[in-house]
Design a protein around this ligand. Structure first.
Ligand SMILES: C[S@@+](CC[C@H](N)C(=O)[O-])C[C@H]1O[C@@H](n2cnc3c(N)ncnc32)[C@H](O)[C@@H]1O
Length: 301
């Protein structure tokens, strides 16, 4: 099924970013510019800088953004290089960062990108087509222990050890349907009936291929000093692993502000945080929104 990409929590993101027409905003996950278009419409002298490591996202979004105005810059890069990339274009302070994590609907729907367990495709799952590692490499060359760890640590996959063992014993496994079939054959019928096991297994592999959790940690280690006074960092997460990283980071900022030289004291006047969930209506209309959480932190000094 081809799904149109509907930006998640769009109104909430725009409202919380409190966009200033002359501000500098960074969309760290451009996708199909769902959020970026709305940000760009609100800028006159300001600038929008967009990151995506998927060249297709950059190309397609460029066409959309060019129709609005020219106050934007597109950067094809992993957001883990945010400081370095902003530095290259002479930007050292930002009024708002947005990250809408994970894969986009066009990536999931395009069979040749190999993300989906519901289409029969070669296992690939790379957001960045220049990435030398794909899902097939992991499945067919990693050790049983490495695969078990990927499944368990990235997506709490049940029976991760059993699955890893079966994967190694049944190599080569090259397509999504081969992997689905294997899972169905080796897992207890009750487990398969309760929840399609492919969902978590594919998610765990995708996170590993794109090094998603390390990228997020790298990003968070850089953004606080880049924010202006009243600058905002807004992050939409879709699963517990990435949400835990963001939540811990926000908590650490409150206790451990860079200005305070690593003293473990509460500094609640320095940062203000809030968490926003999709309205019932949005969750009904957009499947992707159901697991979304928007965490926003504002730098108050
Ligand atoms: C959920 S989509 C964003 C959708 C976008 N907000 C919209 O409404 O159109 C996530 C996008 O971020 C990109 N992405 C994910 N992780 C990234 C990373 N570490 N660095 C750069 N781009 C990343 C993906 O390639 C994908 O295009």
């Amino acid at each position: 099924m081809i799904e149109k990409h509907i930006p998640v929590l769009l109104n909430e993101v725009i409202e919380t970013l409190e966009i200033k027409p002359d501000g500098i905003y960074v969309d760290l996950t451009l996708g199909r510019a769902g959020h970026s278009q709305e940000i760009l419409k609100r800028l006159d002298k300001g600038k929008l800088i967009c990151f995506d490591k998927d060249i297709e996202a950059i190309k397609e979004s460029n066409e959309k953004l060019a129709k609005i105005n020219s106050n934007y810059i597109l950067i094809k890069s992993d957001f883990r290089f945010v400081s370095e990339e902003l530095n290259k274009i002479g930007v050292n302070k930002v009024d708002g960062f947005l990250a809408d994590l994970g894969v986009s609907s066009p990536q999931l729907d395009d069979a040749k990108r190999g993300f989906s367990y519901s289409q029969n495709t070669e296992l690939d799952m790379r957001m960045d087509l220049d990435n030398p590692l794909n899902a097939k490499d992991i499945i067919n060359s990693y050790s049983e222990d490495q695969i078990a760890r990927i499944l368990y640590e990235n997506a709490d996959v049940k029976l991760a050890k059993l699955i890893a063992k079966a994967i190694v014993a049944n190599r080569p496994i090259n397509t999504s349907f081969e992997l689905n079939e294997l899972l169905k054959n080796i897992l207890p019928a009750k487990v398969v009936r309760e929840k399609n096991p492919s969902k978590a297994v594919f998610q765990a592999l995708r996170i590993a291929v794109n090094d998603e959790l390390n990228s997020l940690n790298d990003l968070l280690s850089q953004v606080a000093p880049l924010l202006n006074k009243n600058g905002k960092l807004a992050i939409i997460t879709f699963h517990s692993k990435e949400d835990a990283i963001v939540k811990n980071y926000f908590q650490k900022l409150n206790y451990h502000d860079p200005k305070l030289n690593k003293l473990p004291v509460q500094v609640d006047k320095q940062w203000k945080q809030k968490i926003i969930f999709p309205q019932e209506e949005e969750a009904k209309e957009n499947r992707r929104a159901r697991s979304a959480k928007l965490r926003v932190i504002t730098k108050l000094y």
